[in-house]
Design a protein around this ligand. Structure first.
Ligand SMILES: [Zn+2]
Length: 82
């Protein structure tokens, strides 16, 4: 049994998640909800001022203040706005 995030703050698969998705016999999804009520499948990374980070290392471990989960629609909106 293993678990982890599917995609990074740019919506790209992690190498580990790519391997797990390929190998898994069974997948169970832990649901997170966007502020609008839809299922959150995407995440944005924030800098210290709360602005969206669009580039950088794929892995940057942080707490709740660094990442926000969104549905795809609001993720795209947030990525555009910053
Ligand atoms: Zn939403």
């Amino acid at each position: 049994m293993a678990y982890g995030l599917r995609t990074d703050f740019q919506g790209k698969l992690f190498p580990g998640s790519m391997a797990l998705l390929a190998l898994a016999d069974e997948l169970r999804e832990v649901r997170t909800i966007c502020h609008c009520g839809r299922k959150a499948t995407m995440v944005v990374r924030l800098d210290g001022d709360g602005k969206v980070v669009r580039e950088g290392a794929q892995v940057d471990v942080g707490g709740n203040e660094k990442y926000v989960s969104y549905c795809r629609r609001h993720w795209e909106e947030r990525i555009r706005k910053g």
